[in-house]
Design a protein around this ligand. Structure first.
Ligand code: HEM
Length: 502
């Protein structure tokens, strides 16, 4: 039995949900992905509870610091050790099964360690006072030290954690996927559903990891000297160029924005890979592979420079020509989205669909993703951004895109679950979990949008005084619905039945 399977078996509560089938000869593509996915759900459990805690803290006007601690941990945990890690686990299994390559080895182990130890270090720093949003604006973390809000030690601890997480996302995971796509040895017994790079389901995966690697390199070149200077290894005078806000801000958002785009391309490619398996007439083909691939290329080209939309309000520091370029490119991403919507609808219209729970989950997540895309088009407009920037609209957009993509990955996981664990899931519970997650997610999104449109700033601790408690109550109600959907999903995994005994 592999180390990963052994760790899963020893893990209380979650171990039962992800116990790997050790007899089907597929441990090499199942065990580490299962451990990675399981750990992502542990983070989700904690982060979701913190999400529900926030409106409660605001309602009872409890300690302000408690709100900022919950918010910072919630945002960071949902984005990295939950959503990103879930993507890594499921996509490594997919890549393994499509290419017949092992989804284990040193890079996978290092990914797991760096991502989770990094997230733990960041958690400790946040508990120690370091409370910056994961969409960090430099030099605010340093300003926090200067104004006595947190200590230099906590900043260094927090930055060290973020550095480990970044290394796992920018180097370890993409290089592992590239190895699996091009270099490592093929094992015929691991091939479950063979695909080539011409297939949209594989092409998207390649594009996504290249985006992570290429757009992450400038950030790592700037962040590394800063971290070395913070450790006292380099003199501060040597890194003054790197701490110029304009330098840091640009490299940070080139990566941070494209991180979201890479995650979107990765999940769209997984949808392209899974949808044909559920077509009613058994064709196993998308409406048009060419159109599907065109959508991925459009998403790639437009997303690269649409990151300017994070800086519209910095006019005149950001020349307005860049702002309008960002506006056009952001709307161009909408074009890629439209091609994707067309491909998915035309495929279903032409071949029909078997409404199995995993597929419904994927489509429900896709609907939230599209609805959130509309909110993104609005805030990506230069004029409207001046009204909505820094409000709950932007926080809500970031949150919704993550929760939509996560639901799609949960659907893809649902599809692969029997192969990974040798157990089957209860379809009714699967459909119910989708329903609660979907309505909770959509409700949360529109509550955040309503808050943003009425001027409610993001990350403020006085909703009551500002007259925004009604929005807070809506967030609590829809948050409970979404949370219940997650509980149903996990209960389903926990009560799964052995395939052989059916
Ligand atoms: C369980 C239900 C949830 C509730 C009640 C909830 C609630 C909240 C609240 C109140 C905020 C703070 C908004 C602000 O003041 O700026 C927030 C932010 C956020 N949430 Fe959630 N959330 C939930 C689920 C999720 C999920 C599933 C994800 C992602 C997969 C997510 C990702 C985020 C992110 C990224 C932020 C922004 C953090 C920041 O601005 O630094 N949330 N959420």
């Amino acid at each position: 039995m592999s180390a990963a399977s052994a760790i899963i078996q020893k893990t209380p509560i979650f171990g039962k949900m992800f116990k790997v089938d050790t007899k089907n000869g597929l441990e090499a593509i199942n065990a580490w992905p299962a451990l990675i996915v399981m750990t992502s759900f542990v983070w989700l459990g904690i982060a979701a509870l913190l999400g529900l805690l926030m409106p409660v803290i605001q309602y009872y006007e409890l300690n302000t610091n408690l709100f900022y601690t919950s918010l910072t941990l919630h945002g960071a945990a949902m984005a990295f050790p939950f959503a990103f890690q879930l993507m890594v686990g499921v996509s490594l299994h997919r890549a393994g099964g499509c290419q017949g390559k092992k989804a284990n080895g040193p890079l996978v182990v290092l990914f797991y360690i760096f991502m989770n130890i990094g997230a733990l270090l960041l958690t400790l720093a946040v508990l120690g006072g370091f409370k910056v949003t994961y969409t960090v604006m430099f030099p605010l973390p340093v300003v926090g030290v200067q104004t006595g809000q947190w200590s230099m030690e906590m900043l260094i601890l927090g930055f060290s954690g973020i550095a480990l997480v970044l290394i796992s996302m920018i180097f370890l995971y993409p290089i592992q996927v590239l190895r699996m796509l091009f270099f490592s040895e093929k094992h015929e017994n691991l091939v479950l559903s063979p695909r080539t790079l011409r297939d949209p389901g594989m092409l998207g995966m390649l594009i996504a990891v290249l985006i992570l690697l290429i757009t992450g390199l400038p950030l790592m070149s700037v962040a590394t000297p800063i971290l070395l200077a913070l450790y006292g290894i380099l003199p501060m005078s040597m890194v003054t160029w790197a701490v110029e806000p304009v330098v840091f801000q640009f490299v940070f958002y080139i990566f941070a924005h494209n991180l979201m785009e890479a995650m979107a391309i990765m999940i769209v490619s997984a949808v392209y890979g899974t949808l044909p398996l559920y077509l009613a007439d058994g064709t196993r083909k998308l409406y048009s592979d060419k159109l599907a691939n065109a959508a991925l290329w459009i998403l790639l080209v437009t997303s690269l420079t649409s990151f300017f939309h994070h800086f519209y309000t910095m006019f005149p520091a950001l020349p307005s020509t860049f702002s309008y370029h960002g506006n056009i490119m952001s709307w161009g991403t909408g074009l890629g989205g439209a091609f994707t919507i067309f491909t998915i609808l035309a495929t279903i219209w032409k071949h029909g669909i078997r409404p199995e729970p995993g597929m419904i989950m994927i489509l429900a997540g896709f609907v939230i993703y599209v609805l959130d895309g509309v909110t993104a088009m609005v805030v990506a407009n230069v004029a409207l951004s001046f009204h909505l920037h820094g409000t709950m609209w932007t926080g809500g957009h970031a949150m919704t895109v993550l929760l939509a993509m996560s639901l799609m990955w949960m659907g893809v996981l649902y599809h692969h679950y029997p192969v990974i664990t040798g157990r089957s899931l209860d379809d009714d519970r699967g459909k119910s979990s989708t329903k609660y997650y979907f309505f909770g997610g959509v409700g949360l999104m529109y509550a955040f949008m309503a808050g943003g449109a009425s001027g409610m700033p993001r990350r403020i601790a006085n909703w009551s005084e500002g007259g925004y408690m009604f929005i807070g109550i809506l967030i609590l109600i829809f948050g409970i619905m979404l949370f219940y959907g997650i509980i149903l999903f996990l209960t389903n995994l926990s009560k799964s039945r052995e395939l052989a005994t059916e």
